[in-house]
Design a protein around this ligand. Structure first.
Ligand SMILES: [Zn+2]
Length: 197
């Protein structure tokens, strides 16, 4: 690997290396999209569909798919056999779901210990969210997950070759927001933000 394959900044370089390790493990080439659903099994995650959930009251179901639909992207809980059950919001498209599942996978691969109770906090934009892990673990899981989905060296090459953020997002099956987030944290944004060239 070349030093130029890693982003600037100590933290992001570490995240990138962990993400590349995950991609190696999944045997996907650097420019190929990573399918988190194929990785989930190795992380001992059981992904279930929302409709498969039993024991959820009709009012809870209506709430989760109605007024609260934007407030959650996924939920996880431990199973007695040590595996973890993950439920993904069925109304979020594949791109968002990929990022949510990837974060859950990273928590497992990075060995994060879940809090006994999830903590309800407000995010930077004042939106209420619940956290199942320490704040630094949440940041690492999301950061490594995003790097795994959109590796720095491919992102840089695609941008250099004139590909747009929508095209790159479609290629890696993620949202445009996630591509832009990766561009910002790896400092590619300044040179390649939409409208620069
Ligand atoms: Zn998390």
């Amino acid at each position: 690997m070349l030093a130029s394959d890693l982003p600037p900044g100590d933290k992001w370089r570490k995240f990138e290396l962990k993400a590349l390790g995950l991609r190696d493990f999944a045997r996907v080439g650097i420019d190929q999209p990573l399918n988190p659903f194929a990785l989930a099994e190795f992380a001992n995650l059981v992904v279930v569909k929302f409709d498969q959930l039993k024991g959820l009251s009709e009012s809870a179901r209506k709430h989760l798919l109605g007024p609260a639909v934007e407030a959650w992207s996924g939920g996880a809980c431990a199973l007695p056999d040590g595996r973890k059950l993950v439920v993904l919001n069925p109304t979020h498209g594949r791109a968002r779901t990929n990022a949510t599942l990837m974060e859950e996978i990273c928590h497992v691969f990075l060995g994060h210990q879940a809090n006994r109770l999830s903590i309800v906090t407000k995010d930077a934009r004042g939106k209420v969210m619940s956290r199942d892990y320490r704040k630094s673990d949440e940041e690492e899981a999301y950061g490594v997950g995003a790097a795994g989905l959109v590796p720095y060296s491919s992102l840089k090459r695609f941008l250099r070759n004139g590909k747009g953020t929508n095209q790159i997002a479609a290629h890696f099956r993620v949202s445009r927001e996630l591509v832009e987030y990766r561009m910002k944290v790896t400092r590619l944004w300044h040179d390649y933000k939409p409208g620069v060239r």
